[in-house]
Design a protein around this ligand. Sequence first.
Ligand SMILES: Nc1nc2c(c(=O)[nH]1)N[C@H]1C(S)=C(S)[C@@H](COP(=O)(O)O)O[C@H]1N2
Ligand SMILES: [Mo]
Length: 455
Amino acid sequence: MDEQGGGPRRRRRSDAVRAEAPGPVPRRPVGGVLALLGEGPPFGPTRPGFWRSPLRGPRLTSLLGAVLLVGVPVLFVTGLLSYAAYNPDLASNDMTPDKGVLGFYLFPWPTDPPWLYRLTQGVHVTLGITLVPVLLAKLWSVVPLLFRWPPVRSLAHALERLSVLFLVGGALFVFATGVLNVQLEYVFPGSFYPLHFYGAWVFVSGLVAHVALKLPTMVRALRGRGPGRGPGDASGRGRADDGLVAPDPAPETASRRTLLGAVGLGSLALLLTTVGQSLGGPLRRTAVLAPHGRLPADGADGFPVNTTAAYAGVTDADTGPGWRLTVRNGDREVVLTREELLALPRYRSALPIACVEGWSTRDLDWEGVRLSDLAALVGAAGPPGVLVESAQRSGAFASAALRGNQVADPRSLLALRVNGEDLSPDHGYPARVIVPANPGVHNTKWVTRLGFGEV
Ligand SMILES: Nc1nc2c(c(=O)[nH]1)N[C@H]1C(S)=C(S)[C@@H](COP(=O)(O)O)O[C@H]1N2
Ligand SMILES: [Mo]
């Protein structure tokens, strides 16, 4: 390895200063601090000779970048849609009260098509997990730039590096929080939603700046012209002046094609061990990397359980014969037993459950009382939105607000039965909400109270 690093350059600079010594004290050029940094001694990974993989170069980086350039916008859009699906402008649903202008695009989440959230969130989680190897390979391909000396060469360069900080920091943060949320529960200080939401905006603003700066280089490298494949460089590794190509490469032990193949295989493996949680059926068992999207050991009602009654602190006393449903609209209040609910007109809806974690079910056969009928029971015309409360005493999922269009949809039920049987305790017995296209988390289980107009 090149132990001399930037030695000669440093010597030359001090010579220049000495030559001027007899005259007036030399003024540093614009950006004295920047110049000072430039005189720092390259050491360790800041030496150009430190990074020696012959695979790095504009073409590898551009190929990986192109994949991310297609994938990340899909992740961003489906992520924003997921946020909109929570109807956060209903105050009781808002997990990011400081979102400010970042909520500019919010719109009332529709109930059609009923599989909408199943699709958008399935794509979001599956694609995010699948892209992890591509992201890591992309970061590996540019890591020498992180240590390039001098760290800052000009104001423009400083701004570019700041955008890269947003980009890389944001990307690592968003991917890490996303994966952790799917794999574990409640590992976050506060809530996952604001972290992931704000992180995504930081990531994407860095990405926009980065693409604006790098797109021409990427296109040139992919077309096989420019620094990507200069004359006399049939390898496509590019000329050594872009900071990606090792000036002193180690002997090649694997080709760039092998590296790309390994990344692709890694992504494929992640895809195949994740996507079953969204496709369901026999494939659900293949979702070994999606712990919550698999069937519980007892196979309760044949579909996954998000939170068990025990975990939610809901006891038999809460849901036994003493259970009552309170339906309220202003001063009007009706209290019903489960028998009285069962005696109301009952309807059936074929609807899936689709969790923010990406898992979802086929259409299940729900049976229960229409939310719009319960609104009418207490004279709530419109109908207005409703605040749904459960027997669960704490936690963000103990209650959720639904919008008027969700209450009005004739397929929206306070479900009492599923797939021909009474709800199991873990699926929300005695009564739970099911609304088309609703994120799973708002299909509240163990419902005890419906407050119409209280959103
Ligand atoms: N009261 C209450 N309702 C809840 C939850 C909860 O934790 N508490 N989890 C929600 C989430 S995140 C999902 S995905 C669905 C899952 O429904 P299931 O467990 O019946 O499959 O229930 C929702 N209803
Ligand atoms: Mo969920």
